[in-house]
Ligand binder design. Structure first.
Ligand code: TNX
Length: 543
């Protein structure tokens, strides 16, 4: 009984807190001051953009299209009304940097101002979160307020694995839209892995004719033995890939949302699919008859590109050339994780390479491999990023490290003055359970609740200030061994991505789990109304 009264009182308090805080923005802005009054957004409101700035006009149109869909009002750029202006301005905003913005809302005008256009885009995202989630016939009300906002980290990443299961171009755009709404800015696209090659490479057509297709594995838990590629497309029914045209379109779509796509081409390991199509570039050629059930994976548990074979490097460089033509990203991810080096121990060419290069062991051979690829990327003006295994045997001179096996690789790299993106399995692997495994869909294992994600701190205490500046930010990874549909993708990233967004955007000092939960509720309501899937299981688990 007493418990119930306490609960009731707490509920009342939380309701009144909500009433005082009609603005629930995620990630939490650096500063937000509510003021009395509202701006009423109806069909008399007008957008004002600086003359002849196409990028600003695009952001303004993004906003007005949203308003049109939400309310039917057409506020696009007519410049007739004297009051009710929504102004987009590029002008100096102190402290805001390249990505920050300032918003001022009065009953007469909304002014969004930023140093650069991307700041305006993020300002728009904040404004949109003050509006109802679905179509309404009532005038839209935006509370008067002043916001100053800018991100804490420059790398606010999400990775999606499209190899283990394939998600088509339209779904990738939905994923990008979700990221943009929460100011995430790096989409790490895990385009290839052992289970399927997903990017058209004109020079090597078998990558998409064969390596993109496997015998269907639907309806069963993940099992490596089920993954068989097949030259005969009538037998290989599961798969897919993106054409270069589709990729260009997605890159442009992401750019309009101020998201950089970092493509990942895995090497030298996790390459069974590619090497099933082109076995001559692996050390021990896998069974030529990879259409025999189980043969490929049965005989060589893992297939790697051969570091003793110069042709393998030439092929990878040709692939990377096409990749760089499609992706303007400064960073190119080359994987580097989980290489089973036993094949190299038994490879005569590899041993010869080790002798000629003075390499002491297979780890150094792997390092040789990555350094050689780095040299190629640097010559083309790009930067190499790889999983933390690239530290083993010696880190390539300018490589950036993505720390996934905990934080130790990232710490080590930062101490060596290399840039780092933190992506530790715990808590940033979103293929792990969010809640009670009894009620959640089958996941890879591990337990990364919303709260654990929220409490994650990307800068390890071990780092001194000079080293900490190498932490570019953090990223969550969604591996899709167990994830066959896009609904399930959404479910796994939501609402955890919102917690991560706050970790990488908002000031550390403003993080507050209770307050986040309150701001989360309207977001979840919005997901419900839009039919976006998310996990509810985790809120009861307070760990
Ligand atoms: C390890 S993380 C992998 C992935 C798997 C993942 C499953 C990493 C760099 N490699 O290939 O999908 O674990 O959680």
């Amino acid at each position: 009984m007493r418990f119930r009264i306490v609960t009731a009182v707490l509920l009342l308090i939380s309701v009144s807190i909500k009433a005082q805080q009609p603005v629930s923005i995620i990630p939490q802005p650096v500063s937000l001051q509510l003021q009395p009054g509202v701006f009423i957004l109806d069909e008399t409101a007008r957008i004002e953009v600086p003359v002849s700035n196409k990028a600003v006009a695009d952001v303004a149109r993004y906003f007005s299209n949203y308003i049109k869909q939400l309310s039917g009002y057409d506020i696009n750029n007519k410049r007739t009304a004297k009051n009710k202006m929504i102004r987009f301005r590029i002008a100096p905003v102190d402290q805001a940097g390249a990505e920050g913005y300032r918003i001022s809302v009065t009953p007469e005008a909304i002014t969004i101002q930023a140093n650069q256009v991307k700041g305006l885009f993020y300002g728009v995202q904040s404004l949109l979160q003050t509006l109802p989630a679905i179509r309404t016939n009532q005038a839209l009300q935006i509370p008067c307020m002043e916001i100053l906002d800018y991100p804490r980290f420059s790398w606010r990443g999400m990775m999606l694995d499209v190899s283990r299961h394939f998600f088509g171009p339209e779904l990738i755009k939905e994923f990008i839209d979700l990221m943009a709404a929460y100011k995430m800015n790096v989409f790490h696209w895990h385009l290839v892995d052992g289970a399927g090659w997903r990017i058209e490479i004109k020079k090597y057509p078998k990558l998409t004719q064969q390596a993109a297709w496997r015998i269907s594995d639907y309806g069963k838990p993940w099992n490596w033995a089920d993954i068989q590629f097949n030259a005969d497309r009538s037998k290989a029914t599961y798969g897919g890939y993106y054409t270069q045209e589709q990729i260009k379109e997605i890159v442009a779509y992401a750019a309009q949302r101020y998201i950089t796509i970092v493509p990942e081409i895995e090497m030298p390991g996790h390459s069974e699919a590619a090497l099933a199509a082109y076995p001559q570039y692996s050390c021990i050629p896998p069974a030529a008859s990879f259409n025999e059930p189980g043969s490929f994976y049965g005989r060589t548990a893992h297939a790697n590109y051969c570091p003793g074979n110069d042709s393998a490097f030439i092929v990878l460089q040709n692939i990377l050339k096409e990749v760089m033509d499609l992706f303007p990203s400064k960073y190119i991810h080359v994987g580097g994780d989980e290489v089973d080096k036993t094949t190299w121990e038994h490879c005569e060419r590899c041993q010869r390479r080790m002798r000629s290069e003075g390499l002491k062991n297979e780890e150094e051979l792997q390092s040789y491999f990555i350094r050689r690829i780095e040299k190629f990327l640097l010559a083309k003006g790009r930067k190499l990023i790889g999983w933390d295994e690239i530290l083993e045997g010696g880190l390539a001179p300018e490589a950036t490290v993505m720390s996934w096996r905990g934080e130790s690789g990232g710490i080590k790299a930062a101490q060596m003055n290399h840039d780092v993106v933190m992506s530790p399995g715990s808590p940033l692997y979103f293929d792990h359970y969010q809640g009670d495994p009894e009620t959640e869909p089958l996941a890879f294992g591990g337990f990364n609740t919303l709260k654990r994600v929220y409490n994650y701190e990307p800068i390890p205490v071990e780092l001194k200030a000079g080293e900490a500046k190498h932490i570019l930010g953090a990223q969550a990874n969604l591996w899709t061994e167990q994830i066959q549909t896009y609904d399930h993708v959404e479910y796994m990233i939501l609402p955890r991505m919102l917690a991560l967004a706050e970790v990488v955007w908002s000031p550390k000092a403003s993080r507050n789990w209770q307050n986040f939960n309150q701001r989360l509720q309207p977001q979840l309501l919005g997901f419900d109304q839009k039919g976006i899937r998310y996990s509810k299981g985790n809120f009861k688990v307070d760990i």
